[in-house]
Design a binder for this molecule. Structure first.
Ligand code: NAD
Length: 313
């Protein structure tokens, strides 16, 4: 018996039907959690392998984004980048995408990490058509997607946020309404720019100590009790074997790929340029990650340690 069979029909009828587009590392487990909670899903991905996994979990498979959204009250997307989101919702020509086929009142939740300007463009078009659009990027990585403990950072109208909240609660633990359209994307890249800066800075400080004869664990313990204390030192030390169960102690496997950190830093730089905000520290972190991903993009982002000490890899 599947989990959906176990859900009472009463519970099922009160839940909106969902079209889910983009079933990669993040989208697949998010969609699976919705199925487990009794939602009815029609899913679409360019990859047949990705849709098969969801079919086995109880979803029906669509032949196009439009097919996934047919009869759905809610559409969720989890796509790689802004160009994919535009292609799906606005169409390659900018006018014949999924939005033009959706009935008024449909709720669209895009959880991809994209530029705020790109999210606002889709939101503007959706608003013209009477469709509720939310940008709802996440943090928490694949572990959070599997466990249903993601943090959602949402931009859009309060009424749309209220409609989306019960659905986001299934996939996440912390759900924030950051403000109007685009605000979710802005808040997410502010956080990730800070994370890139602090990880690069922590790696640099540990390396300085190690190169001057200190033990990385002793130095980390000292900084943890000092004013240099930060999230990396607390739970994600970038130096191998200082901490158990973190990517640095497992050859930098798993975790949050350096490629994704580089993507987010570049989105932050794009957003800063659009608005004239000065981000010299962010620019330096972007430069470091741009160089690092040339060889180590698939490794966890804490592998930025290797810029100082290649023997850690
Ligand atoms: P992924 O590359 O694993 O998955 C993306 C999926 O989208 C793929 O299955 C691909 O086939 C599909 N796709 C691409 N174009 C499509 C289209 N036109 N129609 C239908 N499907 C299409 O990416 P991911 O790791 O799942 O990340 C998704 C988003 O979440 C990205 O924006 C990423 O930055 C963000 N994110 C990822 C993580 C992470 O740890 N992986 C963490 C936070 C946020």
């Amino acid at each position: 018996m599947t989990t959906r069979d176990a859900t009472s029909s009463e519970g099922k009828t009160s839940k909106p039907k969902i079209g889910f587009i983009g079933l990669g590392n993040m989208g697949a487990p998010m969609a699976e959690n919705l199925l487990k909670a009794g939602y009815t899903l029609k899913v679409y991905d360019l990859s047949a392998e990705a849709t098969q996994r969801l079919q086995q979990a109880g979803a029906s498979v669509a032949s196009s984004p439009e097919d996934a959204a047919s009869n759905a009250q809610v559409v969720i997307s989890m796509l790689p980048a802004g160009r994919h989101v535009h292609a799906v919702f606005l169409g390659d020509s900018g006018s014949n995408g999924l939005l033009s086929t959706l009935p008024k009142g449909t709720l669209v939740i895009d959880s991809s990490t994209i530029a705020a300007a790109d999210a606002r463009k889709v939101a503007d078009e959706a608003t013209k058509l009477g469709i509720d659009f939310l940008d709802a990027p996440v943090s928490g990585g694949t572990g959070g997607a599997i466990a249903g403990t993601l943090t959602f950072i949402v931009g859009g109208q309060p009424e749309a946020f209220a409609k989306a909240k019960p659905i986001l609660d299934v996939m996440g633990k912390n759900i924030f309404h950051a403000g109007d359209h685009g605000a979710g994307q802005v808040a997410k890249i502010c956080n990730n720019m800070m994370l890139g800066i602090l990880m690069a800075g922590t790696a640099e400080a540990i390396n300085l100590g190690v190169k001057n004869g200190l033990d990385a664990k002793v130095l980390s313990d000292i900084m943890l009790q000092g004013s240099g204390r930060n999230w990396a030192l607390e739970v994600y030390n970038p130096y191998p074997q200082v901490m158990e169960n973190v990517p640095s102690s497992n050859s930098y496997k798993g975790g949050f790929m350096a490629n994704l950190m580089q993507k987010d830093l570049n989105l932050a730089m794009e957003t800063a340029k659009d608005t004239g905000a000065k981000t010299p520290m962010g620019a330096k972190a972007t430069e470091l990650y741009d160089a690092h991903v040339v060889e180590h993009g698939e490794k966890d982002f804490s592998s930025i340690m290797a810029l100082h000490d290649s023997s850690v890899l």
